[in-house]
Design a protein around this ligand. Structure first.
Ligand SMILES: C[S@@+](CC[C@H](N)C(=O)[O-])C[C@H]1O[C@@H](n2cnc3c(N)ncnc32)[C@H](O)[C@@H]1O
Length: 323
């Protein structure tokens, strides 16, 4: 899904060097599905443009990006956050060899400023947000993120969060449900889908939900008709738009001048929000006029990377901030 826009050319314009020591440990031994981190080289290169310091990986997941950052920049420490304790458990095991250069916390990225105050004893020179969900979460049998397997209607990143997909699907009014599907799923037929769901309640699980949506919309084209409905419900359950907005504002305030903010988005709602926030910021200089996308080679190796869009910005000195 390369849009003809050369990542190397962008890297050159950013003044970014190509790193030689980019390594990610293969950890796909055993029957577990694994998450392949996306745009790893591009992320590491963008962060390497800043001086050594602390990097906050706001979505550490299984630790793929963090591991590459630690290997490429021996002088940095990484503070890794994730709302999902099972993802953090995998990351902890994977990153054990890095000792106290990595500090992992089960917390939302909406608290990144507070985490930095407690855990960063050097200036914060990088913040990374790799939005969306990991392959492990998508393919889990009990998290309910995928329409391709039957699971309870859950979709929470944090197991202690109170709102579940079941609440949204089985308890929201038809009007509120339609709004969620339209606003967060960009489902143009949101009213039709919401009506079908309400008529068929109680919806018992993800397979049932996918069947109801398919019944309402029919099946045309390559994309499953329930894709947008599942995205919308997941974003509502996890308050994702508000969380991203908060994290971007906190990142801007937490970064030391010269520090870099790097965000990978996977759909247009996320990407629009990131693009607009970076563009309107008075203290961030946008480094990527157009988003960086995965190369054809990366997409061939990891189909899930095809929708990724990376944007980067640099924190300005207050004196150089845009007025
Ligand atoms: C695409 S995955 C990140 C994968 C990671 N970069 C890697 O290399 O393994 C996104 C991660 O963000 C986490 N997440 C979602 N919302 C979050 C939030 N509000 N705060 C912290 N982590 C969150 C998810 O649990 C998931 O592990």
């Amino acid at each position: 899904m390369c849009d003809g826009y050369s990542n190397n050319a962008i890297a050159q314009r950013l003044g970014i060097s190509v790193l030689e020591s980019l390594t990610v440990t293969p950890h796909n031994v055993g029957p577990q599905p694994v998450h392949t981190p996306v745009l790893v080289r591009e992320v590491v290169e963008a962060l390497a443009g800043a001086a050594a310091g602390a990097i906050i990986d706001c979505t550490v997941g299984e630790g793929g990006h963090t591991e590459a950052i630690l290997n490429a920049a021996p002088d940095c420490v990484v503070i890794g956050l994730d709302r999902d304790p099972s993802a953090l458990a995998t990351a902890t095991e994977r990153l054990a060899d890095h000792g106290d250069r990595v500090r992992l916390v089960n917390a939302s990225y909406t608290t990144l400023a507070e985490q930095a105050r407690f855990l960063a004893d050097v200036p914060v020179m990088g913040v990374l947000l790799d939005l969306g969900l990991s392959s492990l979460q998508l393919e889990s049998d009990d998290r309910g993120f995928s329409f391709q397997r039957d699971a309870p209607l859950d979709m929470r990143f944090g197991p202690d969060d109170s709102l579940t997909a079941d609440d949204v699907v089985n308890r929201y009014t038809e009007r509120d449900l339609a709004w969620v599907l339209y606003q967060f799923g960009e489902e143009r037929q949101s009213r039709r889908v919401a009506k079908a769901i309400v008529q068929r309640r109680l919806i018992r699980g993800t397979a049932h939900l996918a069947e109801v949506v398919q019944g309402a919309l029919g099946r045309r084209g390559r994309i499953h008709p329930a894709t947008r409905t599942f995205q919308g419900i997941r974003m509502e359950v996890n308050h994702e738009v508000d969380a991203i907005r908060t994290a971007l504002a906190e990142a801007e305030q937490t970064l030391h001048p010269g520090g870099r903010l790097v965000v990978i988005s996977y759909h247009s709602i996320e990407d629009r929000l990131v693009k607009t926030t970076l563009r309107e910021s008075r203290v961030l200089k946008v480094l990527t006029k157009k988003p960086i996308t995965p190369s054809a080679e990366e997409v061939a190796l990891n189909a899930r990377s095809r929708s990724a869009r990376m944007r980067a910005a640099e924190r300005l000195d207050e004196g150089n901030a845009f007025k």
